[in-house]
Each structure stands twice: as structure tokens, then as C-alpha cells.
Design a protein around this ligand. Structure first.
Ligand code: URA
Length: 240
């Protein structure tokens, strides 16, 4: 992380996790987690020669690294703990437990990497499918708690492309009262980040954040991220 000046890594415009300023990124709540290990694994993930087994393993490891950054502002409660030689003040994760929401289908490939860090979290599911012509995403499955009051939520979607899916999922969580929504995306396009920022500006409730391993150049006319990594769902689970 960048040197700690007491401020949140998410609150500065265009902050990368290594502390470099990215003048071309103007999104208030985006954290670019460009740690060398993240970029190293992302580079292998992008490689068209990486097979399904390699792709799955890399995605899993990457999510755990991104989750470490994404949980930086998770709610905690102060507790005292008795050690063999005294008493220390520490924290435990606040109740209610956080909710993790993988977006079907590709987000499922990120779930194990996330629950490794948050084994106590609940898991909800949203299924979204994108019309290949219009690029508009529609919801085909929704299994979420009805009341998310006071809960931190984490959305898992490997590719933030047009932003349509993420905006829809964030609205579902916001409508149920989520305190915060943090999206974890392996890759993001500037167009998608701009759309999320427009829908949920900096002062919006819930607090919306995006953590990503890289921000690529653009979307192509099929809505794919360029240079990206192709279809994340197909690379994780095969073409159907
Ligand atoms: N979904 C993907 O799987 N890849 C992209 O590049 C864009 C959306």
C-alpha cells in the first residue's frame, strides 16, 4: 500500500495500491491493486495459452490478494484479548457477518479465493446474462437475504466491462439496505468504471467501491475488454 497518511486508500481519486498517481483515472472509489504479485498473476491469466486448470488456480490466488485490499474498510468491533502475559486490545469482525455475492456464472470461480479470507461470511447469489447483441444484462437468478441492514457486502465479478451487470447487482443490494458494496473485479474497463461512478457517486449510500487488478484500454464492439483476457466464464468453466 501507499504510505499511510491516515486517509482511506479508497477516498483519493485515482489511487493505485502501490501509491502511484494515475492521472487518467478519475474515479473516486476505485482501488487499483497493482501489487507486483497481482500484476504477475494477471499477466499469466491473460495469456491465451493458459489452460482451464491454470486459469482457475490463478483466478483463485488473485482473488485472495484482491480480497486483502478489498476488506481494508470492513466493519470491526474492538475486543480485549487475554494473552499469556497480559491483556491486548484487538478487533473482531462486526456482526452481522459480511455477505459475499458471486455473480453467476464467472463469479463462482472467485468464491473460494474470497471465503478463504472471510470464512464466516454468508454467500448470496445473483445470476446475470448479457444479450450479445444489445449488451444489456438481465437477471435470471436472485438468492439474496431480504434485509442487508448494517452489512458489508462484496460482489465478485471477474470482468467489469460495460458496468451494466455491476450497477444492477449493486442496486439489488442497496435496495435491501446494505451498508457498503465492494466489487472485486480481476479486470476493469474505463467505460464500466465510469458507469458505476455515474450511478453511485462518491457521496451515495451505500458506499460503493471497486477493487481491480488492472484497468485496461477500452471495450470492443462486442463489449469485451481490450486487451482483457477473453471470456472469463468460458476460460474458467469451458464454452457452453
Ligand atoms: N465478460 C468477459 O468475460 N470478458 C470481457 O472481456 C467482458 C465481459
Amino acid at each position: 500500500m501507499r504510505p499511510d497518511n491516515g486517509a482511506s486508500a479508497f477516498t483519493d481519486p485515482a489511487v493505485s495500491a502501490s501509491g502511484s498517481s494515475l492521472a487518467h483515472l478519475l474515479f473516486m472509489r476505485t482501488l487499483l491493486a497493482d501489487h507486483p504479485l497481482v500484476t504477475h498473476k494477471l499477466t499469466l491469466l491473460r495469456d491465451e495459452r493458459s489452460n482451464t486448470a491454470t486459469f482457475r488456480a490463478l483466478a483463485d490466488e488473485l482473488v485472495t490478494l484482491l480480497a486483502y485490499e478489498a476488506t481494508r474498510e470492513i466493519s470491526v468491533t474492538e475486543v480485549a484479548v487475554t494473552t499469556p502475559v497480559g491483556t491486548a486490545t484487538g478487533v473482531k469482525l462486526a456482526e452481522p457477518a459480511p455477505l459475499i455475492v458471486p455473480v453467476l456464472r464467472a463469479g463462482i470461480g472467485m468464491l473460494d479465493g474470497m471465503t478463504r479470507l472471510l470464512p464466516m461470511a454468508s454467500v448470496g447469489f445473483v445470476g446475470m446474462v448479457r444479450d450479445e447483441e444489445s449488451l444489456v444484462a438481465s437477471t435470471y437468478a436472485n438468492r439474496l437475504p431480504t434485509d442487508l441492514t448494517g452489512r458489508d457486502t462484496f460482489v465478485l465479478d471477474p470482468m467489469l466491462a460495460t458496468g451494466g451487470t455491476l450497477v444492477t447487482v449493486i442496486r439489488l443490494l442497496a435496495d435491501r439496505g446494505a451498508t457498503s458494496v465492494t466489487a472485486i473485479c480481476l479486470l476493469a474497463a474505463p467505460e464500466g468504471l465510469a458507469r458505476v461512478e455515474e450511478a453511485f457517486p462518491g457521496d451515495a449510500i451505500p458506499a460503493v467501491r471497486v477493487v481491480t487488478g488492472a484497468v485496461d484500454e477500452r471495450l470492443n464492439d462486442k463489449g469485451y475488454i481490450v486487451p482483457g483476457l477473453g471470456d472469463a466464464g468460458d476460460r474458467l468453466f469451458g464454452e457452453i
